[in-house]
Design a protein around this ligand. Sequence first.
Ligand SMILES: [Zn+2]
Length: 124
Amino acid sequence: MPERMKQPPQDPELREQLLREIQRLARCALFGTISETYRTCGTPGCRCHRKGPRHGPHLYISYQGQKGKTTGYYVPKVIQAEVRASIEAWSQLQDRLRRLAQLNRERLTATVPRKKRTFATGSS
Ligand SMILES: [Zn+2]
């Protein structure tokens, strides 16, 4: 059995790495949910108005606007791959931020005298 460690010392490199990743991801992150839609066009007599397949898929990004109202936009084909990657970057960003917040809490906790560290173990 290894001796029980006190507070494990933080790896400052890990913290720096997270901060670098957060900066990189934040540069391109986009917020929203991807969906693909099929549409009819404005050309009278086009196949899409009869039995033919409709046009698409069109990439559509929806998100909650400032007043909680769902809004969104269509993505031009030439930037679809980039937009997909940027939306993925958003969730990676959330993950890195959560990990950084955990490190922040551990670091802050380490400054509190041992007996007063109630919030170190709390589940809230
Ligand atoms: Zn059409």
